[in-house]
Design a protein around this ligand. Structure first.
Ligand SMILES: Nc1ccn([C@@H]2O[C@H](COP(=O)(O)OP(=O)(O)OP(=O)(O)O)[C@@H](O)[C@H]2O)c(=O)n1
Ligand SMILES: C[C@](O)(CO)[C@H](O)COP(=O)(O)O
Length: 225
């Protein structure tokens, strides 16, 4: 059962606040995107068909040369859209194979074991799979700065990527969305009526979103653990 991986990397990184789109920020001598692509290639056993990298349109040529040294035979580079969902939708035009994983460029340290857990669940027959972590902080629902209630965190998971799908299920979910957006791909699968299975995530799969995350990522890239 072969797998395509879509890597949405077309975001601007407003919350990170660097001088370039987030995926192109340096992380110890390589871009965040190049590190993420390498981590996908390192997760052997996926029966990888292709990697579709979705980037800002004006950076397509630069990305092709940035990634040329990695493994150009399996990499397709294409232009993204305004929202993450639009970028993944653009990537879907280039996938092949039985399974599709959607994996944020902004999660460069995702361990191979997370990819394997997601793909094993797809092979077991689940049409949609997300890695998730228990929530460790106490959560409050608020109205501005007033607490309304404490939420039961036991029933919550913070979900990560890669999110995995049977290819036909993800295509149906995006078709049903009819141009609509969601904060993750599983959200569209849920709306389309697919059951979504949760496997264990990993703290190392954290998303670089804020300047603090980038400091942490650069420390990890230097060998701190
Ligand atoms: N229009 C978009 C928006 C996001 N992404 C990608 O989706 C992933 C997760 O998005 P996020 O971390 O929110 O990135 P940004 O949208 O760039 O962040 P911000 O909201 O701070 O601008 C990232 O790899 C990002 O590049 C994308 O491909 N296309
Ligand atoms: C897809 C995602 O990484 C799952 O946690 C996340 O929703 C993307 O973050 P965004 O801030 O909503 O783009």
């Amino acid at each position: 059962m072969s797998t395509s991986v879509i890597i949405p990397a077309a975001g601007s990184g407003v919350r990170l606040g660097e001088d370039r789109p987030k995926a192109f920020v340096d992380l110890g001598g390589a871009t965040i995107l190049a590190r993420t692509v390498s981590s996908v290639l390192a997760a052997d056993g996926l029966d990888l068909d292709r990697i579709v990298v979705v980037v800002p349109g004006e950076l397509i040529d630069a990305v092709r040369s940035d990634l040329a040294g990695i493994d150009s035979a399996t990499i397709v580079v294409t232009a993204g859209g305004d929202e993450r969902t639009d970028s993944v939708r653009a990537g879907l035009n280039h996938v092949a194979g039985d399974f599709v994983l959607v994996h944020d460029a902004a999660r460069p340290f995702t361990p191979a074991a997370v990819f394997h857990r997601v793909v094993e669940a797809l092979r077991a027959g689940f049409p949609a799979v997300v890695p998730g972590l228990p929530v460790v902080d106490t959560l409050k629902r608020v109205d501005d700065d007033t607490v309304i209630e404490t939420v039961d965190r036991a029933v919550l998971r913070a979900v990560q990527t890669p999110q995995g799908f049977h290819a036909d299920a993800l295509a149906k979910a995006y078709l049903a969305a009819d141009g609509g957006v969601a904060t993750d791909d599983a959200g569209l699968a849920e709306r389309a009526g697919f059951g979504v299975h949760v496997v264990a995530g990993d703290p190392d799969a954290f998303k670089i979103t804020t300047p603090w995350d980038l400091r942490l990522a650069r420390a990890i890239a230097k060998g701190w653990d």
